[in-house]
Write a protein that binds this ligand. Structure first.
Ligand code: KDG
Length: 314
């Protein structure tokens, strides 16, 4: 794939994910299955499976996990030509517990000082971003280092100045931040530069101090954001724009296997829907549908549907 004509560009850290095959404390688990994690690569892969042209920008280590990530993401049809192999720093890894009864599984990161956390403004390729219609950003990448934060602002400023659309999923990871106050203040600075902000309800409460979806949405709309879409878990999602608001009901699933990746699936549905010209409530409904796909499998992105699977589920 050439860099011209990307539908969506995204950036951030991908991790080699080890999912426990047995229930219990990581210290006791002997067997793990290696998979791929990373909120931004999950979204990139989900969009590519629906047929969109997507590019992912990052750094990976010059190691076997770096090679695995590069290969696995490219296999999904995502352009990795702007992924740099870092000569010095390692690819991050993550452990995920075997989920029980639909509860969020425990996770453990080994990512401090990782290759992706070295991403900085020198990695910003104007031509690559300029060739894309839309930027998807998350709060995880911004949390990784001051360099990542600077990269995030540069990417959002550049796309905004170019009249491109931007989606922002705060994706709160408190363990990556010095305090909740710093996290909220810094992520809101990024969110204010986006067109569509997609927090979960509990994230919206932390970021704005408001408890009602309506008020959380108003907080961002007043700052120039054009649509706020708040994930309500099994209840679906609430959306609000300057002249419309509503709740789009959730999609029931037979069994919740693992909730991780639901928000990324939701973002895939909303972004692809809006870019394809669907009215916002329909794009949100697609987000709910894809979120439901994501929670029925163990991996973070394996459940994301192809276009044919999505169409069959309507
Ligand atoms: O959104 C799913 C992510 O949580 C997962 O794939 C890994 O990026 C990740 C993170 O930082 O938790």
């Amino acid at each position: 794939m050439t860099q011209s004509g990307l539908d969506v560009v995204t950036y951030g850290e991908a991790l080699a994910l080890f999912v426990a095959d047995e229930v219990g404390d990581f210290a006791d688990v002997e067997k793990y299955t290696r998979r791929l994690a990373g909120a931004e690569t999950n979204v990139a892969i989900g969009l590519a499976r629906l047929g969109l042209k997507v590019g992912w920008v990052s750094r990976v280590g010059n190691d076997s996990f770096g090679r695995f990530i590069r290969k696995r993401v490219a296999q999904e049809g995502v352009d990795v030509s702007c992924v740099t192999t870092d000569a010095e720093f390692r690819t991050a890894i993550q452990l995920k517990a075997k989920a029980v009864d639909g509860a969020d599984p425990a996770i453990e990161y080994y990512r401090k000082g990782s290759a992706a956390s070295q991403l900085s403004q020198v990695d910003f390729n104007q031509a690559y971003f300029g060739a894309a219609r839309h930027l998807h950003a998350t709060g995880i990448a911004a949390a990784l280092s001051p360099g990542n934060m600077a990269f995030a602002h540069q990417a959002l400023d550049f796309m905004r100045a170019g009249g491109k659309t931007i989606s922002f999923d705060p994706n709160l990871r408190p363990m990556l931040w010095p305090s909740q106050e710093v996290m909220a203040q810094q992520l809101n600075q990024l969110a204010f530069k986006a067109d569509w902000v997609l927090p979960g309800l509990s994230e919206g409460k932390i970021l704005t101090g408001y408890t009602e979806p309506r008020d959380i949405a108003a907080f961002y709309l007043e700052q120039g954001v054009s649509a706020v879409i708040i994930k309500l878990g099994a209840d679906g999602a609430y959306f609000r724009t300057a002249d419309d608001e509503g709740i789009v009901g959730g999609v029931p699933v037979a069994e919740v296997v693992d909730t991780v990746g639901a928000g990324d699936g939701f973002a895939v549905g909303v972004i692809s829907g809006v870019l394809e010209g669907l009215p916002l409530p329909q794009a949100v409904a697609r987000g709910n549908r894809i979120g439901a796909f994501a929670i029925q499998v163990v991996g973070d992105m394996e459940g994301l549907p192809t276009r044919a699977q999505l169409d069959a589920a309507v």
